[in-house]
Design a protein around this ligand. Structure first.
Ligand code: SF4
Ligand code: SF4
Ligand code: SF4
Length: 300
């Protein structure tokens, strides 16, 4: 990789406890080929620079109106209007806004800049922790993800990758030796529902997972449970069939859908798409857990 290659990052979260074993630093890369109806990180989907607008923080000073070369911001007597279709992502309005009402969804960072943040947490990693690449889909920026992982290997930093699995299989041979643990989203074993709710066919995802396993990659299957969508026998059966076919899968995790991601649509100028009826109850989760245990799956 050239020294000045830039990686498109939405956020770096420090001291994470749920993105792999031990204490982790999670780096969210921008861009995802899926459009899951339950996405919790909608700002990571598009590769484009998007300006997040938080109306509750706006003090109506008009600085953004004055600097925007495209006339995307307008102030009326009682509202701040932001026409995102006009925005070209120059960030002039973000720099001019003193109240924090505007934020860029994307930062361009070098490997060195990312690892400068990561290294601050290193003293807390112990034997288990390290960096987790997340997103979006980290492999939507394949060369950048590989460059970051290679440098982590060189520095002896533990690595995990949270992935939807939908990426170019030609990178797998290079990728697998660089990742200690794949946190693999397995969204729905029913192909038609998978296409309906994520926008893509699952065949490629399953092929990539099986190839990672065949290459010796260690994985955890993370299954979001969406009531009324995938909490169904055919999905449970698909999880079981996958689990029994994998040699290096440590366990399966069930993650209950929550509606929080929906409110993250608002700063992007979209409607809150959180669906309360999709939230499983504790009893629903218990039922799913018991079904999967009966099918011989190791759950965590
Ligand atoms: S990022 Fe640039 S083009 Fe977009 S709204 Fe702000 S100032 Fe205007
Ligand atoms: S610069 Fe910030 S605070 Fe001022 S009007 Fe624009 S968004 Fe609101
Ligand atoms: S794979 Fe993840 S980041 Fe991509 S759309 Fe689905 S939930 Fe969102």
């Amino acid at each position: 990789m050239k020294k000045d290659n830039l990686i498109s990052v939405t956020e770096i979260q420090r001291f994470c406890m749920h993105d792999g074993p031990g204490v982790r630093t999670t780096v969210f890369l921008k861009g995802c080929p899926l459009r899951c109806a339950w996405c919790h990180n909608p700002e990571t989907q598009s590769t484009a620079q998007q300006i997040l607008y938080y109306p509750q923080k706006c003090i109506g000073c008009g600085a953004c109106v004055a600097v925007c070369p495209r006339g995307a911001h307008r102030l009326t007597e009682d509202a701040h209007l932001f026409d995102r279709a006009l925005c070209q992502g120059c960030r002039a309005c973000v720099a001019a806004c003193c109240s924090g009402a505007l934020e860029p969804s994307r930062k361009e960072m070098t490997v060195e800049e990312i690892l400068t943040v990561v290294e601050k947490d290193r003293a807390f990693y112990g034997a288990l922790g390290g960096i987790t690449l997340s997103g979006g889909e980290p492999m939507a920026q394949p060369e950048n993800a590989l460059a970051l992982l290679r440098e982590c290997r060189r520095r002896g930093i533990g690595t995990a990758m949270e992935t939807c699995g939908y990426f170019d299989a030609s990178y797998l041979e290079a990728l697998v030796p660089l990742v200690d643990l794949f946190l693999w989203d397995f969204k729905d074993g029913n192909p038609a529902r998978h296409r309906e709710y994520t926008g893509v066919d699952p065949a490629r995802i399953r092929q990539n997972l099986c190839r990672v396993d065949a290459l010796g990659g260690v994985s955890v299957l993370r299954c979001i449970m969406v009531k009324g969508v995938n909490m169904q026998e055919d999905h449970y059966e698909a999880i079981a069939s996958l689990w029994h076919s994998l040699q290096h899968c440590k366990h399966v995790e069930l993650l209950p859908y929550h509606a929080y991601g929906g409110s993250k649509m608002i700063p992007l100028g979209m409607e809150d798409n959180g669906r309360r009826e999709w939230i499983p109850s504790e009893e629903d989760m218990e039922t799913a857990k018991n079904i999967l245990i009966k099918k011989g799956i190791r759950l965590k």
